[in-house]
Each structure stands twice: as structure tokens, then as C-alpha cells.
Design a protein around this ligand. Structure first.
Ligand SMILES: Nc1ncnc2c1ncn2[C@@H]1O[C@H](COP(=O)(O)OP(=O)(O)OP(=O)(O)O)[C@@H](O)[C@H]1O
Ligand SMILES: [Mg+2]
Length: 255
């Protein structure tokens, strides 16, 4: 008999509206520990909105989000803050501070959330940059490195506090296919090394088939999930032509 580990993330009957406009309704799913889990679907279906609900930037209008079996939605401010410290996030815009060096960018969360001395913080930032293949670029500014390197620097910053869960919004957007595959490899390597749970929002079909353990596909008119499972199974089994169409346009940047 195998013992099922408690889900790392559980979303129960989540609904969310921007003012009068309902974006998500009745969304339920679980993410297992150390899983690479993708949220996929066409533009405007609510992927970023769902991610923002997961990390507490938006509050669900109904339903609940739990981490390791503990309610995040109904936790008090202190427990929420403690839970937030265990997340790393890399948003769609990437958002490194352009006036700060890579080293300073990665030091920010450490300065905000820990009381480590400056030399320790310097060691950690150097280590995190090395982890994403950017050793030696500590004193570079974001404008002095390529787009792919900026993504990796953003990843180093997301990893600064040794998160248990990392959330990514469109990590491969704007990258050439080779750089995007390298980033995928790095994501897998981080999961394999640290057992990190990884949630990725993406329309990149190569990335979905390349590294996702499981996916959920959202749909704008359903305001929720229209498919769930392993990418290869979902692509073959789904009775919904939207799902099959989305997953079979390989090599095309879905809009
Ligand atoms: N701050 C906001 N206020 C009002 N409506 C919003 C806001 N942000 C997003 N929306 C609407 O919510 C819907 C879902 O947006 P969301 O950004 O979650 O989509 P997405 O799936 O991430 O799309 P994309 O693939 O283009 O990033 C869209 O119809 C969008 O117009
Ligand atoms: Mg989005």
C-alpha cells in the first residue's frame, strides 16, 4: 500500500471576480509535493488571476487555498506571512530592479525577511547566482545581461529564501527556444535537487510536454478547469476539442 503524501497545495471550490466580472468559478485541484504542475490555457482565461489567488495577492470570493493541509485563505495575518516566506515567485513581467545589481536584487528578500549579517547575505546571493549559471555576474545590472539571463536572475531571486514552493508566470515568454529549454532544465534540476514544488503558468507547448508532471487547463467560457492530468494523456484522452487543439499546436506560440 502506498501512502499518499498530503498535497502541497489544495484549492477547494475557488471563485474569483474582478468587481462584477466573474473570472474563476468552482476551481478545485491539488498539487503534490515536488511536482512540476502547469496551469495552461489561452490568453485571458485566468491563469495569472489563479496564481495571484494562490499567493495571496488576491483573495478568493469563495472557496479556499491550503498549503500542506493548512488553510492559507483563513489564516491570520501572522500565519499568512509565515506561509508567504516559504514561497518563491517569478512574475510575468520578470521585474528585477533595473537600478540594482544582480547581487543587490537577490539580496532584497534576504534583507526583508531575515536578520542575516551582510557577509552571509553576500555568500548566499553568490551561491544562488551560481546555482542558475550566473557566477561572476554579481555586479552586473539587469540591462547588461540577456533576456534569458534576466529570467535566470529572477529565478535566483525567487530561490533566495529556499522556498518550498516556486510559482512562475510564463517563464519562457520572450525567450528563444534554446534558452527556453535551458530554463526548463534548470526548473527540473531545482525540483530534483531540493524537492521544491513548482507551479508554472505557461502556453509553451514544448515546455508543457517537456517538463510538466501534470497540468490543468483553464477555459475562459467555463471559468474553470476543462482538463486535468498528465500532458500526454490529456492530449489524447480529452473529449474536448479545445484541449486537443491547444496541446497539438507544437512549436507555435499560442495566443
Ligand atoms: N486587475 C484587473 N481588473 C479587472 N479585470 C482583470 C484584471 N486583471 C485581469 N483581468 C481580466 O481577467 C481575465 C483573466 O486575466 P488573466 O490575466 O488572469 O489571464 P491569463 O490567462 O493570465 O492571460 P495571459 O495568457 O494573456 O497572461 C481577463 O479577461 C482580464 O481582462
Ligand atoms: Mg497571464
Amino acid at each position: 500500500m502506498t501512502i499518499e503524501a498530503k498535497p502541497a497545495i489544495e484549492v477547494k471550490d475557488l471563485a474569483f471576480s474582478y468587481e462584477e466580472s466573474v473570472i474563476l468559478d468552482g476551481v478545485s485541484f491539488s498539487v503534490r509535493p515536488a511536482e512540476i504542475f502547469f496551469i495552461i490555457g489561452g490568453s485571458g482565461c485566468g491563469k495569472t488571476t489563479l496564481l495571484r489567488n494562490l499567493v495571496g495577492l488576491e483573495r478568493p470570493t469563495r472557496g479556499e487555498v491550503l498549503f500542506d493541509g493548512k488553510s492559507f485563505t483563513h489564516a491570520d495575518a501572522n500565519s499568512r506571512k509565515e506561509m508567504l516566506k516559504t514561497f518563491g515567485m517569478l512574475f510575468q513581467s520578470g521585474a528585477l530592479w533595473t537600478s540594482l545589481t544582480l547581487s543587490q536584487n537577490i539580496a532584497l528578500p534576504l534583507e526583508e525577511y531575515t536578520r542575516l549579517p551582510a557577509d552571509e547575505i553576500r555568500n548566499i546571493t553568490a551561491f544562488k547566482l551560481a546555482q542558475v549559471g550566473l557566477a561572476g555576474f554579481e555586479e552586473h545590472y539587469p540591462s547588461e545581461i540577456s533576456g534569458g539571463m534576466r529570467k535566470r536572475a529572477g529565478l535566483a531571486r525567487a530561490l533566495a529564501l529556499d522556498p518550498r514552493i516556486v510559482f512562475f508566470d510564463e517563464p519562457s515568454a520572450g525567450l528563444d527556444p534554446v534558452t527556453a529549454r535551458n530554463l526548463d532544465e534548470l526548473i527540473v534540476q531545482i525540483r530534483d535537487t531540493f524537492g521544491t514544488t513548482i507551479v508554472v503558468v505557461s502556453h509553451d507547448v514544448d515546455s508543457i510536454f517537456g517538463i510538466a508532471d501534470r497540468v490543468i487547463m483553464l477555459d475562459r467560457s467555463k471559468k474553470g478547469i476543462i482538463a486535468e492530468g498528465k500532458p500526454s494523456e490529456v492530449a489524447v484522452d480529452s473529449a474536448n476539442p479545445k484541449v486537443v487543439e491547444f496541446l497539438t499546436r507544437r512549436g507555435v506560440k499560442a495566443g
